[in-house]
Design a protein around this ligand. Sequence first.
Ligand code: ATP
Ligand code: MG
Ligand code: MG
Ligand code: MG
Length: 473
Amino acid sequence: LTFSVADIRKTFLDFFAAKGHTVVASSPLVPGNDPTLMFTNSGMVQFKDVFLGSDKRPYVRAASVQTCLRAGGKHNDLENVGYTARHHTFFEMLGNWSFGDYFKRESIHWGWELLTQVYKLPAERLLATVYAEDDEAYDIWTKEIGLPPERVIRIGDNKGGRYKSDNFWMMADTGPCGPCSEVFYDHGEHIPGGPPGSPDEDGDRFIEIWNHVFMQFDMKEDGSVVPLPAPCVDTGMGLERLAAILQHVHSNYEIDLFDALIKAAARETHISDLANPSLKVIADHIRATAFLVADGVIPSNEGRGYVQRRIVRRAIRHGYKLGCKTPFFHKLVKDLVQQMGEAYPKLREQQERITEVLRVEEERFFETLAHGMEILDSALAGGAKTLPGDVAFKLHDTYGFPLDLTCDVCRERGLGVDEAGFTAAMELQKSAARAAGKFKMDRALDYSGTANQFTGYEHLTSTAKIVALYADG
Ligand code: ATP
Ligand code: MG
Ligand code: MG
Ligand code: MG
């Protein structure tokens, strides 16, 4: 029995529909009207106000397949892409919700039923975690589901301070939150990594697949928690992680959908080794950037647009590393549409526009990329262990290298970047520009990055915001 990603989505929604859930469409990657959040990072985002009690829906149970982006803000996995088997920037989250209706018991029981009886995952490979103080969830797993106690792990506030546990979920620094219980899958002894809560939990042997959050509080800015009007359930399961298990592979990057995208990336970059990690990065980033364009985010130097630019440029730099000297990335849009256009018709409808936006950004960056890489290489040629901050800033300012791209290059070579020196150089230029009365003019140059030429000026635009963006990650 092998499930394609399309089968997995349908099976999930059918299961919860049969249990009285209303199937709700995915919301866009840009959350409507929510300044606390840069991107939709989980399925609950479109229901935030329902939890808080300020929005009412005609249903108390919902299920969805939500497109998510974790590349900025509280949840940021950009630095994990290409390094772990389980992280993407863009991914799909399968979720079910109770708005003041059912609570822990039903959530855990139905989750277990779906995993073991419908998807038929072997129960002996599954583990659960609970928030250390949550005896109720612990008892449901051990006494009702029958998981042996050694496979139900309590996770406390191990990260310093109240509610700093992996099993206390928060959408952002404020807003709905609560204890959670997570299901992990053991991919086998041959893979390095330890169980959740152990020192080597970040390995890829025990992979977290499903988080059941028991939303009970609203976290205020001062760190205090106020009970929600009614306890709610919010679950999220990574589609790609479940697909990896069901398709008998270890890494998300080996599932049907990614297999096709990686082959397409190999075709465009003329690479024959499909295991090359740069291909994974490119395959991940074409999804993130294409969906971002479809949801209205265009590369720019500000806020969401700057995150978009950073992802596109990282992908291009990986292509360059593989030997591409001319635009290649936008050519993958058609392959993405083939894989995901049926589930997401907006991709198909906007195929040409997406291709064009990416092509323009790519052409712009290819104008400066080679020269920037030469400068970077020569700055490191003497055997320095750290790239000087002023070089990183020059690359940013004149060659359009976002800081995280420069860090990515250096990390590959086992080197660091003087980030404090980078910030200092940027501050210096900002004050010089202000003194020269330029700042006002540059703010007037604020644009959304449509047909603008690359100029040295663009980096002066709201540098403070760019700095804030890095601090945020
Ligand atoms: P991890 O600990 O592996 O980083 P998480 O605890 O940050 O995951 P949650 O916030 O609990 O993830 O999100 C719910 C589910 O979404 C996870 O259990 C996982 O299946 C999936 N998921 C989370 N982040 C990613 C990602 N970057 N790429 C793919 N799937 C993800
Ligand atoms: Mg995470
Ligand atoms: Mg986790
Ligand atoms: Mg989690």
